[in-house]
Ligand binder design. Structure first.
Ligand SMILES: Nc1ncnc2c1ncn2[C@@H]1O[C@H](COP(=O)(O)OP(=O)(O)O)[C@@H](O)[C@H]1O
Ligand code: SF4
Ligand SMILES: [Mg+2]
Length: 323
């Protein structure tokens, strides 16, 4: 195992292009993820935010090799994940928690069966007692008690189903979890509880998260750093507090200006920025900077070349010609 503070997950120049039919026998690449580079340290949470369709889920699925990358590298614990054997090993350590707690669990299975299934598949016990104890342990991790074990998934609320799904994901002791909008489908009133549970689990089990959300408020507290995506590209990456209080990229500024400020003492100087136009289709992404069709600061240079992601202050990266 590598030391703390070392990168656990690294992706370099990751691309995921989906061929899409655009006519008879004609396809065009849909650039869902286009040259994304970042790393996540062991024990860290990287928040990944951006509007629906910007490529967040595809980043998560491609990292886990649920999709074969079009190009780019995935490095886990210092080793490239490339061959079938690498992927098999990696899958024992990494998993994904999905957005929809209603469709991801079989409603006719009991909680014990849902959580026990991965234990059965991977033969992770020597006796029935050991299996039962492990199921109860996993349930306790997510705040469920032994009375819940024999009940069916359909008897539970969304928040509790999400807990069952997480207990199941934890069955094979993963180190790294892609949390794909795990609270977006839940009632706002219980989102904070479920996020706190993720936070507690991280402390208890030393987990590393890629935590995806379209809402910045959701990831703000749980994230150490936050990356912002727009149309398949990463446009900004910084410490969570830094990006929340001092966003630099025009797109992040507009995203953040739409977030209500809960504490008036924290009120930001910048006013709400309303973007004109819709997010373009990734099939017809603008030339140069992908944000230029909606950016209030766009210049001629912005349509000519894609700005590089550069370090604008220590640990704060942004891709914009005027920064
Ligand atoms: N399997 C797929 N085949 C073709 N296009 C896809 C596929 N998965 C996602 N896309 C497209 O890729 C883009 C990014 O999607 P996604 O990663 O789901 O975004 P997000 O999670 O940020 O909402 C969207 O335009 C989506 O329609
Ligand atoms: S590169 Fe140009 S269009 Fe893109 S965000 Fe910066 S100013 Fe706006
Ligand atoms: Mg998604």
């Amino acid at each position: 195992m590598s030391e703390k503070n070392a990168d656990l997950v690294e992706i370099r120049h990751l691309k995921q292009y989906f061929p899409v039919n655009v006519g008879l026998f004609r396809t065009k690449p849909l650039k869902a993820v286009d040259d994304v580079t970042f790393s996540i340290k062991r024990g860290e949470t990287l928040g990944l935010v951006g509007e629906s369709g910007c490529g967040k889920t595809t980043v998560g699925r491609t990292i886990l090799n649920l999709y074969k990358p079009t190009s780019g590298e995935i490095i886990y614990d210092g080793k490239p994940v490339k061959t079938k054997e690498d992927i098999k090993e990696f899958r024992k350590k990494a998993t994904m928690v999905f957005q929809d707690p209603y469709s991801s669990l079989d409603p006719r299975m009991t909680v014990a069966d849902i959580i026990g299934e991965p234990l059965d598949v991977h033969k992770m016990y020597d006796s029935k007692e050991q299996r039962r104890d492990r199921i109860l342990e996993l349930m306790s991790y997510v705040g469920l008690n032994s009375e819940h074990a024999s009940r069916y998934a359909h008897e539970f609320s969304g928040g509790q189903r999400q807990r069952i799904g997480i207990a199941r994901s934890l069955a094979f002791n993963p180190e790294f979890i892609v949390c794909d909008e795990p609270v977006s489908a839940l009632d706002v009133s219980i989102q904070a509880q479920v996020i706190n549970m993720f936070d507690d689990l991280q402390d208890k089990l030393g987990l590393t998260y890629l935590f995806i959300a379209h809402d910045l408020l959701v990831v703000r507290h749980i994230s150490d750093r936050i990356a912002v995506m727009y149309l398949g590209k990463m446009v900004e990456l910084a410490d969570a507090k830094e990006i929340y209080h001092h966003p630099q990229h025009p797109y992040s500024k507009s995203l953040l200006s739409a977030v209500p400020v809960p504490d008036p003492k924290e009120a930001r100087a910048n006013k709400r920025i309303v973007l004109s136009g819709d997010i373009p289709s990734p099939l017809n992404a603008p030339s140069g900077c992908p944000f230029r069709t909606r950016c209030p600061h766009a210049t001629a240079q912005c349509s000519e070349s894609m700005p590089e992601l550069k370090e604008i202050s220590s640990g704060h990266f942004a891709a914009c010609h005027i920064l």
